[in-house]
Ligand binder design. Structure first.
Ligand code: FES
Length: 110
């Protein structure tokens, strides 16, 4: 069992430093849900298929993340509040290299 620390600023601007397991095949959207950092129904709407953008977040640290897939790029092209550092949380897998990652949840679209 190996955990990393991730800093997540929620939609109210509150910073949470959470332990994230790297051995559970989790993604960032699932992590936010597991700590209930966003109300049920406002994140992870499509179940992690890169089809809703409810898991959009802004990456604040300069960690190297996997390239966006075509699906992620296409979804972000249609989403609201998109910035240069926007990513879909469900497409970011929790791995050891992300120790110290800092993200902020994008505003809910609903
Ligand atoms: S949960 Fe729908 S795009 Fe990430």
């Amino acid at each position: 069992m190996s955990d990393i620390k991730i800093k997540i600023t929620d939609r109210e601007g509150v910073l949470h430093e959470v332990d994230a397991p790297t051995d559970m095949n989790m993604n960032l959207m699932e992590l936010v849900r597991s700590y209930e950092l966003a109300p049920e129904g406002t994140i992870g709407v499509c179940g992690g298929m890169a089809m809703c953008a409810s898991c959009q977040c802004y990456v604040k640290s300069d960690h190297e993340l996997p390239e966006k897939s075509y699906e992620e790029d296409a979804m972000l092209a249609e989403a609201f509040y998109v910035e240069d550092n926007s990513r879909l949380g469900c497409q970011i897998r929790i791995v050891e290299d992300l120790e110290g990652l800092e993200v902020e949840l994008a505003p809910a679209e609903l």
